[in-house]
Design a protein around this ligand. Sequence first.
Ligand code: ZN
Length: 274
Amino acid sequence: MSKTLMCVLAHPDDESFGSGGTLAKYAQEGVDVHIVIATDGAAGSVAKGYEEQRSQLAAVRAEELKRAVDILGGTLHMLNYRDSGYINDPNNEHPDAFINQDVDTVATVIADMIRTLKPDVVFSHDSTGGYWHPDHIKCYEVTKRAYEMVQAEAHEWGPQKLYYTAFANTRTKFFIAIMRLRGKDPTKLGRNEDIDLTKIGLDPSLITAKINIRSAWDKKQRASAEHGSQGGGGFVGYFPKFTRKWFFGFETFMREYPEIAPGSRKETDLFEGL
Ligand SMILES: [Zn+2]
């Protein structure tokens, strides 16, 4: 029987910039991949030339997302909660903002999707949201809750493993060095200059899985490029071209369930042991 992977991510582009290699790799290996995107992305930073489209940004981002998922492979599920924006963004005050929704209510929606799609493996953002984005942290909370709800029901089927995307601070330190070499300020990242790279990254001992995505590298780049309204490249664009595939040739995760003993050998496959 074919395996099923489900991810719950915050914004249109997180599926490509963040874990696009892992999603594309598993899709091309025949895994049934389901990509759940929580928000409409309408508070996302607006790339040059897209300012006039701000009011229609949600529609633009939905189209970009569909094209990106077509490239990665897999089935897209959009929950269309209102994008909250980064820390201190006025969008966070809106009552419809994703971060202001009740955790159990959203978790119930995601739990229903888990019951329907029956994934073997689920992943979401980690508890820091990767870079402290409130929507990412909310995704972590609701996905963990949903997973635990379904696990508590003791079905005959999974989900059997829950992971979070996880980025080691050793890699962040390397990025900071590269940015300084290129004359960029690593504490003022992003078009709004509100992302501080020096506060990003987890202790590497927390990383439990390292997935080689080189076979899906081109798909990840092409899918990322579809997100033109968001700059279309994530952090990758800061790096000299020859370093990219080498440095970004793997994606890392931490496993929440089943628990993993500290110091265990790192997994190289999210389906290992299943
Ligand atoms: Zn995001």
